[in-house]
Design a protein around this ligand. Sequence first.
Ligand SMILES: [Zn+2]
Length: 115
Amino acid sequence: MHELSLVQSMMTIILEERDRHGLGKLTRVKVKNGALAGAVTDALTFAWEALTPGSELEGVELLVEDVPLRVRCGACGVEFEPEDRHYMPCPSCGEFLGHTVLAGKELFIESLEAE
Ligand SMILES: [Zn+2]
């Protein structure tokens, strides 16, 4: 399950950011999980609950927000949210090749909340 290693590297970044910004005890971490990022939200939460106890992040709540895939048609420029990420016909012109991915590709830490 690669979510375990994702969460491990997230924990390192979170602690670095906390120190860089001089935050106190963290209470909540918000993460955005893009539809194409390849991470399963439940598995991220599970990995967080498995890895954080005993660490400096013990008791910190992880909130994962799913970001839907959004693309721009390569032929006519219309932006849309495809239902299927393997076959995405444009609702306007029907083209299904050459779209640009606008959102939903990445997994990133959106914010840290501290006491
Ligand atoms: Zn189109």
